[in-house]
Design a protein around this ligand. Structure first.
Ligand code: NDP
Length: 317
């Protein structure tokens, strides 16, 4: 299969990837977006998005991604569904090998492969989450849907503390379930959560099941198992927030681009430049802090502008 060439190749189809495509396409760079089976990224797993500016009454996550894609395509973005298996960033043009569509070469590469929340991987967790039935991994995105509910947060790190604190704005009570008797979170975050009168803690316990009523896909309780005694109890709640960390999708780039200690791509200063000239990174794959659709879109715009200027500066080799 002959290789296909793009001036700008974008890996990933979340808010960062599509925004990079919109900007690159409008700059007449004819970008190609390569995406895997999870077209649209993490927003495809959310229901209503209320905090994306410009949508006064909110918009469904998948619909928002459909609009991003349509806008990118309107300006001439080529979209290919193909799983990238390997990248060669050692020489230009760069090469991206795919499972089904051969090799893609490019003058600049924009990495927008995103991150994934870690889940507990319980069958009912997935079933109820996918139905929008009260299982989430993002308090900022979904917290407002849980007014006056009793909620459970799983995890003992900074994310869990931050989520629990944030959720007390809406919830009547938040119970943090942690598998040990000591928090991993930084002292300041742990102290803040422990001082919050709306937050309770259940120690040495894991969530081993998520329950609904007669298969209606609305959470009514979680099943807790005490790690030491193995005793199981049903714990009634109106929502479950899983906060056991995120995993950036950087496997392709291990040993090829600089990663930080948490596995996120490192970008330079206030730019989207990686350590390889001509390779740019945007969105959650390089952001362990903000992780919002709007911030991902913002850095996608930056990556396209960085790529455009880089191409201009290197037009003659
Ligand atoms: P962490 O890896 O720090 O913590 C994950 C937590 O989830 C741990 O308490 C861990 O338990 C628990 N956990 C992991 N797997 C499971 C499982 N299968 N079942 C039950 N519990 C599980 O991730 P975070 O997302 O909390 O933080 C990531 C990084 O981001 C950290 O460096 C953190 O400091 C930073 N961060 C900073 C913030 C801030 O400063 N505002 C806000 C949020 C994150 P155990 O402790 O037993 O390993």
């Amino acid at each position: 299969m002959p290789s296909q060439h793009a001036k700008v190749l974008i890996l990933g189809s979340g808010p960062a990837g599509w925004t990079a495509a919109i900007y690159a396409a409008r700059a007449n760079l004819e970008p190609t977006v390569l995406h895997g089976p999870a077209r649209g990224g993490q927003l495809m797993l959310t229901t209503e998005v209320e905090n994306y500016p410009g949508f006064e009454h909110g918009i469904m996550g998948p619909k928002l991604m459909e609009l991003f894609e349509a806008q990118a395509v309107r300006f001439g973005t080529k979209v290919v569904q193909a799983w990238a298996t390997e990248v060669d960033l050692g020489k230009r043009p760069f090469t991206v090998k795919t499972l089904t569509d051969g090799d893609f070469t490019c003058d600049t590469l924009i990495v927008a492969t995103g991150a994934e929340a870690r889940w507990l991987n319980l069958p009912n967790e997935t079933r109820i989450r996918d139905a929008g039935g009260g299982v989430s991994a993002c308090a900022t995105c979904d917290g407002a849907f849980f007014k006056n509910k009793e909620l459970v947060v799983v995890g003992g790190g900074d994310t869990a503390m931050e989520e629990a604190n944030f959720l007390t704005r809406y919830a009547s009570k938040v119970t943090v379930v942690h598998r040990r008797d000591k928090l991993r979170a930084s002292k300041i975050m742990a102290d803040r959560a422990q001082a919050n009168p709306k937050i309770a803690f259940v120690w040495d316990s894991e969530v081993v099941d998520v329950l609904d009523t007669n298969g209606n896909k609305r959470i009514r309780a979680v099943v807790l198992e005490n790690y030491k005694t193995k005793a199981r109890t049903e714990f009634a709640c109106g929502g479950l927030f899983v906060a056991i960390g995120h995993k950036p999708n950087t496997e392709l780039f291990t040993g090829k681009l600089d990663l930080d200690a948490k596995g996120y791509l490192v970008t330079q200063g206030k730019t989207t430049y990686t350590n390889v000239p001509g390779v740019f990174a945007c969105g959650d794959v390089q952001d362990s802090v903000y992780r919002q659709a709007v911030t991902a879109a913002g850095t996608g715009c930056m990556a396209a502008i960085d790529a455009e200027r880089w191409l201009e500066a290197h037009a003659h080799g």
